[in-house]
Design a binder for this molecule. Sequence first.
Ligand SMILES: NC(=O)c1ccc[n+]([C@@H]2O[C@H](COP(=O)([O-])OP(=O)(O)OC[C@H]3O[C@@H](n4cnc5c(N)ncnc54)[C@H](OP(=O)(O)O)[C@@H]3O)[C@@H](O)[C@H]2O)c1
Length: 206
Amino acid sequence: MKKRKLLLVGSTGVIGAGLKAAFVSSYELITGGIDHEDIYMDLSSVDSIKSALKEIGTIDALVCTAGQANFRPLASIDAAGIDKSVYSLGLQNKLLGQVNLALAARAYTKTDSVIVLTSGTTNRTPILGGSSLGMVNGALDAWVKAAATELPNGPRINCVSPSLVEGTPMQFVRAFPGFAVVPMHHVVLAYIRCLESGINGETVVV
Ligand SMILES: NC(=O)c1ccc[n+]([C@@H]2O[C@H](COP(=O)([O-])OP(=O)(O)OC[C@H]3O[C@@H](n4cnc5c(N)ncnc54)[C@H](OP(=O)(O)O)[C@@H]3O)[C@@H](O)[C@H]2O)c1
């Protein structure tokens, strides 16, 4: 049987590398990102997203595990417009980057295609310095649910919201005191549920 074509954005990261290893034999895998990927794609540039998608063509599945946000104590965050705000990176890169990727990818999907974005635990289980991530993660979960309502003819769209993932560098682990580390194979299973179990508009918490 012909393998389904899956575009994985962020495959050089902690989660992306785990997914790449898990999916390489079961999907026709194409990786997208800034460095060491099959196709150059900078999530912060709509032009870059669109030209990478055009080059790849129709896809059966899209998984995004890329997206940055600042860690910063709330006490040090001043009110600022979008360009100067500490929140700008999270809003423009992790939130709008993934949303733009999903919006642009619709033109390259089929009715049975599926899009999976990545949020994270901090909107449900707050951490110190995590207001940016919390805001963006909550928005991603909400956006996926809302978007699915307006995509009755596909693609399906879901989100994975991981807690602290196995293999995350120590400088980030320290920001999550008291959190159990989620084994990578549990994280992979969450993405597989989003891809293959038929769910739509859901956030799978792992
Ligand atoms: N690790 C965790 O415990 C955890 C838990 C919950 C949620 N998350 C979320 O899951 C996502 C991935 O986490 P991670 O730990 O795997 O991150 P990571 O190790 O830092 O990897 C991030 C990936 O995104 C790519 N990337 C960064 N900026 C990009 C851009 N502008 N355009 C395209 N690709 C870009 C990176 O490419 P380069 O290597 O070329 O920079 C890398 O492949 C993040 O949004 C994170 O907030 C992570």
